[in-house]
Design a protein around this ligand. Sequence first.
Ligand SMILES: *Cc1c(COP(=O)(O)O)cnc(C)c1O
Length: 638
Amino acid sequence: MIEWTREEAENYYRIPHWGKDFFGINNMGNLSVYPEKRTDGPRIDISEIVSEMKNQNISLPAVIRFHDILRYQVEEINQLFNRTIEEAEYNGRYFGVYPIKVNQMREVVEEIIDAGADYDYGLEAGSKTELMSVLALNENKNSLTVLNGYKDEEYMKLALLGLKLGRKVFVVIEKYSELKLLVNASKEMNIKPLIGFRAKLDTVAGGKWTTSSGDKAKFGLTTAEILRGVDFLRNEGLESSLRLFHYHIGSQIPDIRSIKEAINEGSRIFCKLQKLGVPLEYFDVGGGLGVDYEGSKGGTDSSINYEMSEYISDVIYSVKQTCDMEGVPHPNIVTESGRAITARHSCVVVNVFDKIEMVKNSFNTESVSGEHLFVENMREAYGNLDQSNLLETFNDVDQYKREAMSAFKLGVIDLREKAVIETIYWKTLQKIQQMSIDVDLDQLPEDIKNLDKKLASKYLCNFSVFQSLPDTWAIDQLLPILPLERLNEKPTVHTTLADITCDSDGKVDKFIGQGEMEETLLLHDLKEDEEYNLGIFMTGAYQDVMGDNHNLLGRLNEVHVYCDDEDPKDFYIEETIYGVTSRKVLQTMQYNDQSLASSVKKVLDKQIKAGNIQPREGVKLIDFYERCLRGYTYLKHK
Ligand SMILES: *Cc1c(COP(=O)(O)O)cnc(C)c1O
């Protein structure tokens, strides 16, 4: 074991950069959570949570939610806005809303409402179903409820029902025809609506969601439609209902410059509308506040080049400047940040249960008489390898191997010879890799630099990328991944990760790096009788609901953790939500578990009658089948 300092470990896995003081390494070399962002405050060793789960028979893979981090994020955005408003002598108030599409878990939304109660933090919904949840959950009459997404008559009526409950429900008009729908519904229900207009801005966000704005955007009104809409409402006598101006240019905006530009464009439209006599009170800048998944401070779509405080200053100071210039009163500010609130609060813990190595040393490669020349050539190249001929040897063995494979197909070499050639080939590459470790990177040929990737071991992890990391699969989202223990020991194995789905896309082979994406992740050697668990972090936004049941691997076990400074371990598991059973996943695809079991039983009975199976064995087998139906969909481990 080679010792590794805390700094080296934190630097390699970039913990301070994405973890923002919530995560660190303790004296045991274990990854820990600092829920109050203070190293002298409570500190939760994540592997202690995993042991406690084990005692309670909660198997991995599992989601761990840190509710204190969630609360911290809600309080932070509100306090920063309030402080900046005071400093800037800004006359409006801040009314944040949390868009529940980012994570609709009831416990997550309830925690956010509770943490935001003192700040009148509200909710945003983007569909009828989300609205039904929001209407029931958000009881704070002073907070806002903002409604986005395309709407039908029922959606409008649910919104108006919200007004009758005494809530401030704003219907944001996403396309022009919704206006008529809303006005008709409000006449029918005899209540005056609260209306927001979403503008299609010219500014584009950049990053993965850049088409959320600009001419081709799916949502929003053009300037002409906004003006027509104002006239329409005037004619209906509802001009005073139009109180909110909204835009949303995309999620995870990588560059602060597009944020500034959008604020400038949006606030200018806001002021001009005010001056036309529209009594706008709320300026809603939508979502888009990003998080630095990579910790590289910008430069990629998984990173951002700004901090939350800079974002907030830009919103307040720019809106103030435009309003002062135009002589318009400062509006209340609304944000719809989701990702920045929830991304950090949860992680997925998976156990590595095996590995596939490229280099297998166990096969006997000693020479035997009468061997084919190809085998001799290969063995000779391996024997002659030294510091002076790294690339030459690489090219030679590569050619020998290709020739040998053709020769095998033509029946020229036999199976044993093929196995010997392959074994020596990989051993040679491994030796080249080891001999080039100290060579200056600039001096190394590309082929040799790529050996880390070519020789990487596949660590087999007990989870499904499609269920737990959908964005990694769908949009190449990079996430921080690291072992929960042994962080005081230098990791020496280049790896990529494979999941347990039968899908070659079920893998992780892109990792956060030092400003550049890496194609392998350094992990520790697996030990015979020791568990090796990885934490996949920053999974709290979008991943929970976008995941699917590919291969019928279902939702994970989940624990909700709260910090408690009085507790010897500084935490307690407040709630356990068991992942779905095989039975439940089968039901979603129209299977009935009872009829599955009775079909299997029928066939077993026939086998018993035919004398192929003993009756006692038959009973055991059907019991086993039924027990598996009630079990977890993932691999069972000790
Ligand atoms: C998705 C969405 C959000 C949330 O965006 P984040 O980038 O997660 O903060 C906010 N508003 C609207 C209209 C959205 O569609």
